[in-house]
Design a protein around this ligand. Sequence first.
Ligand code: NAP
Length: 241
Amino acid sequence: MTAAETDAPRSVLITGASQGIGEAIARHFVALGDKVAVVSRSGRGPEGTLAIAGDVSDTESVDAAFTQAEDAHGPVEVVVANAGITRDQLLMRMSDEEFDDVLQTNLGGAFRLARRASKGMIRLRRGRIVLISSVIGMYGGPGQVNYAAAKAGLVGVARSITRELGKRSITANVVAPGFIDTDMTRALPEAQQQTYLGAIPAARFGDPDDVAGVVEFLASDAAGYVSGAIIPVDGGLGMGH
Ligand code: NAP
């Protein structure tokens, strides 16, 4: 479903679009002619978007940002839960805070967003919910018990939404990027980056636009019968999971 096909720009909301993958996703929807709101703590966003300051780990903040997007652009038809953080630490040293912070942002943030979005989507009788997970959710990662748990949890969220709201023409899907070249991965030690590179059949790191194209597809008419799916965008890194 593109703006051109429906003759009306869609109201789209993306979290964590101040940089990296989220920013690329936002740029793609702006290029389609949609009305795009982006939410991040810094309140930054790419040109052509309504940039809103908000924190996905806080319910009131999510609800306020969502209302601001609706007031400006109308009922949100496409929502992308992309905001994410890492707090890597070996299991035996991981604090409760490091575990909880990552769960609250990556998993709780997606829950809060989907819950708030569902109200308008049920009324609209259509909607697209896309949750940005990670290959790590299925593959696991040393030092990433918190992150892997949160990213795997998104699968349960999308599949439960699919069973709950599928009959209302609302889809919920998971996109699982592999190693994408952003600030998040540039922060990894060089040796770890090279280990990942060696394990990627495509023999290259992904680009944020690789992920954005798949999100664009999931929000399109062509994907109307795709729901509860996990779509890897990882150059083959996670094959078999
Ligand atoms: P990034 O460059 O670190 O960007 C993260 C974004 O999330 C920023 O816009 C950040 O903006 C926002 N954010 C963080 N905490 C937030 C909060 N509490 N509330 C609202 N916004 C928040 O990360 P990225 O690499 O683009 O990753 C984007 C998503 O893809 C994440 O969910 C990540 O787990 C997932 N992913 C990334 C890779 C990869 O290789 N890069 C692979 C698999 C999955 P502010 O700091 O301004 O809030």
